[in-house]
Design a protein around this ligand. Structure first.
Ligand SMILES: [Mn+2]
Length: 335
């Protein structure tokens, strides 16, 4: 804590040295932690800058991230290279300049991050604070707010809370005592109903027809169940549907399959009563890549390996324990 105390003096002095006429662009690879941290830094710059924008370098597609942007009114704009000459100052949170080509030619005034620094890529900026011992950059920004005695508004507190929650997988994967303390402090200022709505935004509306197809086609298979969904836009949709079925008690395993970009993809989820990674491998290893862990697995192979292109029949037969032959993999010619 003492280290942070000293730092807050340095940070305060740095804030006071800023020119109020400056325009700022905070750059992010938009995920909940980066968005929460960027909103907090924007708050710290209020009355200390003429204009502050938050620019994202990536496309946001995850439903929970879209919900966060919408409910917490995260003021994101897409990054355009010409912005490099339109702003006087740049800041980077939850990332380091070498993490993304878009950051590379920018001169950053501030970098705050929790990813480890590597010897090949030292971070240079007027103000740098990097703490790999923290589970989230949002925790660091929460500490800055706290030490500067700034009470976060409802939406900002909720954003920081969701940032910490996401990066630590709700404290299941990581999270230090600092993260936990910040979480408790933020909880007092956050909107728990909004947080719940964001957490529960797991699906997009355009996925619903696929869910309907999954409910109609799901059928028992040995001790588990399987559904073949035909052509899908992305494998993420198969993952979302397979994850959904893990909530059904009594289903020992489920395999959801489909075709995406000429590849047959089978997503396996199990309750751990049998090793689903081994099941995936035994069914599909001869056709392509197949394997995983006890409760999560995946198989992937080219549609051209399936006789007559009948992917659904092939996957179902293999999962049922029958062994229809696959076609030899096409020869790939090197460059
Ligand atoms: Mn992070």
């Amino acid at each position: 804590m003492a280290v942070f105390g000293k730092l807050s003096t340095r940070f305060k002095q740095w804030l006071q040295s800023l020119d109020k006429e400056d325009t700022w662009c905070i750059m992010v690879t938009a995920d909940p932690d980066a968005m929460g941290a960027a909103m907090a830094f924007k708050r710290l710059l209020s009355h200390r800058a003429q204009e502050v924008i938050i620019a994202r370098t990536n496309e946001v597609t995850r439903p929970d991230n879209l919900a966060m942007i919408r409910y917490l009114r995260v003021p994101l704009v897409p990054w355009k290279p010409e912005m490099a000459s339109e702003f006087q100052r740049f800041a980077l949170v939850d990332s380091q300049p070498h993490h993304n080509p878009a950051f590379q030619d920018i001169h950053f005034s501030l970098v705050i991050d929790h990813h480890p620094v590597t010897a090949e890529h030292p971070v240079e900026a007027e103000y740098v604070d990097i703490r790999p011992e923290f589970g989230a950059t949002s925790t660091m920004l929460a500490r800055y707010l706290q030490l500067l005695r700034i009470r976060p508004g409802r939406l900002l507190a909720t954003a920081l809370l969701y940032g910490i929650r996401t990066d630590t997988a709700a404290f299941e994967r990581s999270g230090s005592e600092q993260d936990l303390k910040a979480y408790q402090w933020l909880s007092r200022h956050a909107d728990i109903n909004l947080l719940r709505r964001i957490v529960r935004s797991e699906y997009l509306r355009e996925w619903l027809p696929l869910f309907s197809r999954a409910f109609r086609t799901l059928h028992s298979c040995r001790l588990g169940a399987q559904a073949y969904l035909g052509s899908v836009k992305s494998a993420d949709m198969l993952v979302a549907i397979a994850d959904f079925f893990t909530r059904v008690h009594g289903l020992k395993w489920v395999a959801i399959s489909g075709v995406c970009n000429g590849m047959v993809i089978v997503i396996f989820r199990g309750d751990g009563s049998r090793d689903i990674g081994k099941l995936a491998a035994s069914c599909f290893r001869d056709v392509g890549s197949a394997g995983g862990h006890r409760t999560l697995a995946r198989a992937e192979f080219p549609l051209t390996a399936v006789p007559d292109g009948k992917a659904g029949e092939f996957v179902q037969a293999r999962l049922a324990g029958r062994r229809p032959r696959c076609l030899p993999a096409p020869v790939e010619y090197g460059p």
